[in-house]
Design a binder for this molecule. Structure first.
Ligand code: PMP
Length: 433
């Protein structure tokens, strides 16, 4: 039954070009598994691209939605009870610096959260430039797309928003300065300070710096210890706001509620989405109260933001993530370490695994032709591997600047048994390359 749907969408009959295409049709989902229309069950190691943190169709999320459906759904830009409750909930779990000292502007997607951040930075600081990083992914709309790098996303879509300064991200496996951590003494972080001190157009025109504490789309690259601390200090010195984009790495995925919490950095703003919604679209910009007060009233109306039902789902989702002293998030840290260690150990004898990195259940496995050359494994071989895994019941998708990084990012409720089964199938497949 699935092939009809696939044929239709691969011929672009039903779907326009531009959207993602994966050679399998999702029909049902439960926890960390999905079923195709023919009843085949797959272990989903993508969590819908870092979305279903607490698993698909979590019974508590569903009943919160059902209860809300009997009361109120759309409220537009008017206040609704669930919106207020959710804003308070987000404030209570926000990272240090923002916790109980912030307000939230809700959006429907991570892209919307980043667009809002760009506009708010301008109106709050009166400055127009933003520092972003090579490999960054910040969204599909024109502002976030301008902060994003990569031909795949940019080609043909320019000209982009002016005032974006792209600096090298600390991608230690492929350090652009040819240095090694920690003997490099984080020269790349010091370069950020240098650039903030030397803006392109006029001094003091950088309003903010936006960064993923662990890059997502460009290959699951975590910032090395100490890097973000230097970057934050540079921001403070030069009056630029620090925005942590937590859309992919937030919501418990890295073994802490927010990825930035692995570092000694207090962000001025965070953008979030994906795993925060409980399987429905909920995202936002959370910013320090004193900054939020500088934004003009009614200047950013958003018709579809903060639907009462999606707020109810998100609230319950956050409750599940953070209850019992963050038991689910702590489990994610443990299981992530266990799986990383298993892959790292096996990788010693697998020539095509160049690097295993990441935090919690946000593990990147960088595939190469051989360990010595570090040449990225080619697209055809990566595609073949992805298909092989799919045929064996494992949904796993690549990312990365060269498309050669498999991401291990299942739902946080993935059973230990399924985690090991998927890992073994993955390692078996890779050994045959
Ligand atoms: N920021 C980051 C770090 C992301 O990974 C993404 C999505 N991949 C976005 C922003 C955009 O989010 P969305 O797709 O929900 O618009």
């Amino acid at each position: 039954k699935g092939s009809e749907v696939l044929e239709d969408s691969f011929a672009y009959e039903s779907m326009a070009r531009g959207a993602g295409r994966y050679p399998m049709v999702y029909a049902e989902g439960k926890g960390a598994t999905v079923k195709d229309p023919d009843g085949n069950v797959f272990i989903d190691i993508t969590a819908g691209v870092a979305v279903n943190s607490v698993g698909r169709l979590h019974p508590r999320v569903i009943s919160a939605m059902q209860e809300q459906m009997g009361k109120l759904l759309h409220a537009g830009d008017m206040s609704n009870i669930k919106r207020t409750e959710l804003a308070k909930k987000v404030a209570s779990v926000a990272p240090p610096g923002l916790r109980d000292n912030c307000t939230t502007y809700f959006t429907q997607s991570g892209s919307g959260a980043v667009e809002t951040a760009i506009k708010f930075v301008r109106s709050i600081t009166g400055r127009s430039q933003i520092v972003a990083f090579h490999g960054a992914y910040h969204g599909v709309w024109l502002g976030g797309n301008s902060l994003t790098t990569g031909d795949q996303y940019r080609k043909g879509y320019g000209p982009f928003m002016p005032g974006v300064i792209h600096l090298p991200y600390p991608y230690c496996y492929r350090c652009c300065f040819g240095l090694e951590y920690p003997s490099c003494k984080l020269q790349c972080a010091k370069y950020v300070d240098y650039v903030l001190n030397t803006p392109y157009t006029g001094a003091d025109d950088v309003g903010a710096l936006i960064i993923e504490a662990q890059q997502g789309e460009s290959g699951y690259v975590p910032a090395p210890p100490g890097y973000l601390e230097i970057v934050k200090e540079a921001c403070e010195k030069h009056g630029a706001l620090y925005i942590s984009d937590e859309v992919q790495a937030g919501a418990g995925r890295t073994g802490k509620m927010w990825c930035i919490e692995h570092y000694d950095v207090e962000p001025d703003m965070i953008t979030w989405g994906k795993g925060m919604g409980g399987d429905v679209s909920m995202a936002g910009l959370t910013l320090r109260k004193d900054l939020a007060e500088k934004v003009a009233d009614y200047s950013q109306p958003n018709t579809w933001a903060a639907n009462a039902m999606t707020c109810a789902a998100s609230l319950t989702n956050i409750e599940i993530l953070t209850e019992n002293d963050k038991a689910l998030i702590n489990r994610c840290a443990e299981l992530g370490e266990e799986i990383s260690a298993q892959i790292r150990e096996a990788a010693k004898d697998i020539e095509t695994i160049g690097d295993v990195r990441g935090k919690g259940l946000m593990i990147g496995i960088e595939m190469v032709k051989d360990k010595e050359s570090r040449t990225p494994l080619d697209g055809d071989t990566m595609g073949g591997l992805m298909m092989d895994l799919l045929n064996k019941g494992i949904i796993m998708v690549p990312c990365g600047r060269y498309g050669n990084v498999f991401r291990f990012m299942p739902s946080l409720v993935l059973t230990r048994e399924h985690a090991h089964k998927a890992t073994e199938i993955f390692l078996d497949a890779v050994k045959k390359v």
